[in-house]
Design a binder for this molecule. Structure first.
Ligand code: NAP
Ligand code: G4F
Length: 337
């Protein structure tokens, strides 16, 4: 039985990846950082398998990673841990950089010190492309990050590639475009929208307060994407791959879709911070812009070209954007009714 170390297991991707690896017959060691409130027993029960073991550690603490690599015979190391919120990286730039950049050197150094044969997956991001000028972004597109998060992920992308070249390590980057699910934290825009409409529907909230309505993203389903992390590490050579859907939608369109699920027909009126979305059947104001959610520098447009992954790893996304929003609305309707 192969053993995989997964960091970030309490997050969205860590959950789906752990489940997938267990289904594939792996033993999974999940790295969790200590905190005062988390009920680890419930989390393990939720993953629901004997082949899942929790270890306490922290990406910013090299010794904790070394100790785990010495304790188990790890063959694949998936580094999903990060301060992953772009907006919060502007208010917490130093800790975000510590975790997202230095944390990755810690992982790579731990591998180099303990066992250079461990394969390493780094969770890289389409935020690397920032204010891109390309209609589609692929592995050749220049990186132009726009946030402390994007800058920290630029370093981690580069250092992963550097360890591959310098030490001949199996170290690969997945450059993943936005991917969502019912497990997405509530402060990312898709889940914020689906959970808020579920609450409006249940009568516990009046309206959605939102930031940039015109940002465009290439949104996929997290459950589809974790399969690619595994394929990237199980390809015969280490390499970097874009994972995306190739489709792009505005935040506004995503709001319309979620609203429709709950039987609201959103129409828009006004401009900029005065723009509102109202239900055309009842004239009720359901969406208002709150500039507090604007970012000091914004990434307006991301759209991935995943043709390399399609050709080499034989992969295509299977869930449409509309299906994804429905999956999230189904979940939030039950949760908040
Ligand atoms: P997420 O839900 O925010 O999960 C992040 C995880 O990292 C959590 O388990 C968190 O633990 C853990 N973590 C944070 N700081 C840590 C530290 N110092 N030591 C150990 N663990 C730490 O993120 P996600 O959406 O699953 O994304 C997974 C990875 O993919 C991240 O690296 C993200 O930047 C990257 N990525 C995500 C997307 C996307 O659209 N989802 C796209 C491209 C790249 P706590 O529970 O203790 O906070
Ligand atoms: O959902 P978001 O916060 O995701 P963002 O910034 O694109 O980052 C996510 O995807 C990256 C991959 O491209 C990951 F690397 C990263 O870890 C994370 O998972 O925001 C999406 C867009 C942005 O343009 C944002 O300004 O939605 C806009 N937005 C508008 N109103 C909002 C809001 N975002 C949030 N979080 N909250 C709002 O109220």
């Amino acid at each position: 039985m192969k053993t995989a170390l997964v960091t970030g297991v309490t997050g969205q991707d860590g959950y789906y990846l752990s489940q997938l690896l267990i289904e594939k017959g792996y033993r999974v060691i999940g790295l969790i950082r200590r905190n005062s409130r988390y009920d680890i027993q419930n989390f393990v029960a939720d993953i629901g398998n004997n082949n899942f073991t929790i270890e306490i550690g922290d990406l910013t603490d090299l010794s904790s990673i070394i100790n785990i690599l010495k304790k188990y015979d790890i063959s694949e190391f998936y580094n999903l841990a990060a301060q992953s919120h772009v907006g919060i990286s502007f208010t917490n730039p130093i800790s975000s950089t510590d975790i997202n950049a230095m944390g990755v050197v810690n992982c790579l150094e731990a591998i180099r010190i303990v066992n250079e044969d461990i394969k390493f997956y780094q969770a890289s991001s389409s935020e690397l492309y920032g204010d891109t000028e390309e209609e589609f972004q692929n592995e050749q597109t220049p990186f132009r990050p726009r946030s402390p998060y994007g800058c920290s992920k630029l370093f981690s992308f580069a250092i992963t590639k550097n360890y591959r070249e310098a030490y001949d390590m199996f170290a690969s980057n997945g450059i993943l475009f936005n991917h969502e699910s019912p497990r997405r934290s509530i402060n990312f825009v898709t889940r914020k929208v689906t959970s808020t409409f579920a609450k409006i529907n249940a009568g516990t909230l009046d309206r959605l307060e939102i930031g940039n309505l015109n940002a465009k993203r290439d949104w996929g389903y997290a459950k589809d994407y974790v399969e690619m992390m595994w394929r990237i590490l199980n390809h015969n050579t280490p390499d970097d791959f874009v994972i995306a859907t190739g489709e792009v939608y505005t935040v506004k369109h995503m709001i319309e879709l979620a609203a429709k699920y709950f039987d609201y027909e959103i129409e828009w009126d006004g401009e900029g911070v005065d723009e509102i979305g109202f239900d055309s059947k009842t004239n009720k104001k359901l969406v208002v812009v709150n500039p507090d959610y604007f970012r000091p520098a914004e990434v307006e447009y991301l759209r991935g070209d995943f043709s390399k992954a399609k050709k080499i790893l034989n992969w295509e996304p299977t869930t449409s954007f509309k299906q994804l929003i429905e999956i999230m609305c189904d979940h939030d309707k039950k949760l908040f009714s």
